[in-house]
Design a protein around this ligand. Structure first.
Ligand SMILES: [Zn+2]
Length: 358
């Protein structure tokens, strides 16, 4: 399960801003530069930005056209499909859920249909869609930090019927994944190699995991978890989380009665939003292809374990321990090896995309 307890005190939130007051988007002080150079986002003047209800939006057809995708089918209605360059995108006005190459991705802001034009937020366009469709060129990864979730006094999620503790499964998957990555030439560091937590205080435990990654000069970080919605035993599937870009709210804050939890200030991990989007997408694709699980999508959450990272980082919820079927599968070493293999494939796919061989 996702350890989402934020470090306190939390950064100021946007919810108190009066309507119409821009969240300082163009004029906010830029976050410090990324560890590796990222090409500046191509933002040609002719791609006009519309301010709608305090959020900057771009015409999605014009945006996709620059990446080689064209609308297919009959224009009109709330749904639109774009294709080109080996990619396909399906969006719907008013919805945050979309698909990219048939994988479920959640936008930070709902797509918007206005006078027959479909818009996506500028942040989604630049921090999510463009990186996945036209990956940024980054330095080749050398050091990978794997984070087996929970440990010690924190067992994580449990399936008492089968006697499963999340903390043991995450460590087992990380220990299976380590040699697979080392065989591909990467240096691999685990945030823990036995049954321990890095601090009994959860917020400090999560912070120490990202600090360890930064100390090791990690080029990417993957936090490994198993999900649960007990007592529901039927929900199943795979989710991948990334930290919301500055000014975007988490997936859970879109629910009825939820506060807008968007953060005014960038966190360290936000310097690597583009890389995190590509990493999340690569892992999601690889896990689903290998495990055949339900696609629960790429989601956003202000996760304490990701916030302080100096590199791209994501958290994967492999399968549900509360699901009778998936928990039984996860209890088998061969299945955990399959999870490790698919994570290795996903990491390799990420590396190939951001740093193609010459
Ligand atoms: Zn967990």
């Amino acid at each position: 399960m996702v350890p989402d307890r934020p470090l306190e005190p939390g950064p100021p939130r946007l919810s108190g801003l009066p309507p119409g007051i821009n969240a300082t988007f163009p004029s906010a002080p830029p976050a410090p530069g990324p560890r590796v150079p990222v090409p500046p986002p191509a933002a040609p003047a002719s791609l006009s930005v519309q301010r709608i209800n305090g959020t900057d939006y771009v015409d999605v057809a014009a945006f996709f056209a620059r990446l080689g995708l064209r609308a297919i089918g009959t224009p009109g209605g709330t749904r639109a499909t774009f294709q080109g360059g080996g990619h396909r995108a399906d969006l719907e006005g008013g919805e945050r859920e979309m698909t990219l190459d048939n994988l479920k991705v959640f936008l930070g802001e709902p797509a918007l249909l206005r006078t027959r034009v479909l818009y996506v937020s500028r942040i989604d366009a630049e921090k999510l869609l463009r990186p996945i469709l036209a990956p940024p060129r980054l330095a080749a990864p050398r050091v990978i930090v794997l984070d087996p979730g929970h440990g010690g006094g924190d067992p994580g999620m449990q399936n008492r019927t089968l006697g499963l503790d999340e903390k043991k499964l995450t460590l087992d998957v990380a220990q299976r994944l380590k040699p697979l990555l080392e065989a591909r030439g990467w240096r691999v560091v685990l945030t823990r190699s036995d049954d321990r937590e890095l601090s009994p205080v959860k917020a400090i435990d999560l912070l120490r995991r990202s600090e360890l990654a930064n100390r090791e000069h990690a080029d990417l970080f993957v936090s490994i978890h198993f999900n649960s919605v007990a007592p529901d035993t039927r929900t199943s599937g795979t989710e991948v989380y990334r930290f919301p870009p500055q000014f975007q709210r988490s997936a859970t804050s879109w629910g009825a009665g939820q506060d807008d939890d968007a953060e005014r200030h960038a966190s360290p991990v936000n310097r690597n939003d583009a890389g995190s989007a590509v990493l999340a997408y690569s892992l999601q694709r690889s896990l689903l292809a290998s495990l055949g699980t339900v696609d629960r999508g790429q989601k956003l959450k202000h996760l304490g374990v990701l916030r302080g990272l100096d590199c791209p980082g994501v958290l994967v919820e492999c399968v549900f321990l509360s699901s009778d079927t998936e928990a039984r599968r996860a209890s088998a070493p061969a299945y955990r090896q399959q999870i490790a293999l698919s994570l290795a494939e996903g990491i390799a796919a990420y590396a190939a995309q951001v740093s193609p061989a010459p």
